[in-house]
Ligand binder design. Structure first.
Ligand SMILES: Nc1ncnc2c1ncn2[C@@H]1O[C@H](COP(=O)(O)OP(=O)(O)OP(=O)(O)O)[C@@H](O)[C@H]1O
Ligand SMILES: [Mg+2]
Length: 231
């Protein structure tokens, strides 16, 4: 099984040096957990170190705000886009919630630039227009077949509300090749602590531990300390 490095400090070694090539990985977490940062870091690594072009599809945030936020980490997505190494597909203002037309837009862009890495931020926002659970299941299966054909390693973000025990809508969790869960909590001293766990990663002898991580000016970084340790 070929691996796709994420470049996230301390993370690749937890999953046998990278995500399974052409797999679909669900990154789930509550607001502000770092889902966008993790996904962007994965695209940045591909575009700058592995000559793998990437596409960032944003449904919840505009392209301008994404570019601005990522500049804080020194990742110039605007510049990389100008160089043709990645593309940000802004579907945040699409009025027509047509699934098929959105998938066609993504597919055209993947073929256009020959992308190898794809981020969908977020599946939750993408599926927002659908109220019937049968429609959501339809979208997931459509998306899954689509993702299997395109030959990209994909990070699909799932927004989970605070305190929720659920990760996705109940279907995409089974379809995904991997699930990475990002959680935040306040410890007894009132400090924000962040933990990452790998719930599943097909074809991978992955870490079974809960790992503490931090978001710094370099992006996401897995810490060596134990989540139970005092800060
Ligand atoms: N330069 C920075 N240094 C340290 N921490 C930062 C920096 N920039 C952002 N953060 C942290 O990252 C968090 C936001 O991360 P990110 O946008 O990746 O989260 P998210 O899970 O995508 O959030 P949302 O659910 O709102 O989309 C902020 O709340 C802040 O705690
Ligand atoms: Mg986000």
């Amino acid at each position: 099984m070929e691996r796709v490095p994420t470049g996230i400090e301390g993370f690749d070694e937890l999953i046998e040096n990278g995500l399974p090539k052409e797999g679909v990985i669900l990154v789930a977490g509550s607001p502000g957990a770092g889902k966008t940062t993790l996904a962007a870091q994965f695209l940045y690594e591909g575009a700058t170190k592995h000559a793998e072009k990437g596409i960032y599809v944003c449904f919840a945030e505009t392209k301008e705000s994404l570019i601005r936020n990522l500049l804080r980490f020194g990742w110039d997505f605007g510049e990389l886009e100008r160089k043709g190494r990645l593309y940000i597909l802004d579907l945040s203002t699409t009025k027509e919630p047509g699934i098929q037309s959105n998938l066609n837009l993504i597919l055209d862009k993947i073929n256009d630039i020959g992308a190898k890495r794809l981020v969908i931020d977020s599946f939750t926002a993408f599926s927002m227009a659908l109220s019937e659970s049968s429609d959501i299941r339809f979208l997931i299966h459509l998306l899954y077949r689509f993702l299997q054909r395109i030959g990209c390693t994909t990070i699909m973000i799932s927004d989970t509300p605070w305190g929720s025990q659920r990760i996705g809508s109940g279907v995409e969790e089974f379809i995904a090749d991997g699930i990475i869960l990002l959680q935040t909590r306040f410890d007894e001293d009132g400090n924000l602590r962040r933990t990452l766990s790998i719930i599943k990663m097909r074809t991978t002898n992955h870490s079974k531990k809960t790992h503490e991580y931090d978001i710094t000016e370099k992006g996401i970084q897995i810490l060596k300390r134990n989540p139970k340790d005092k800060t």
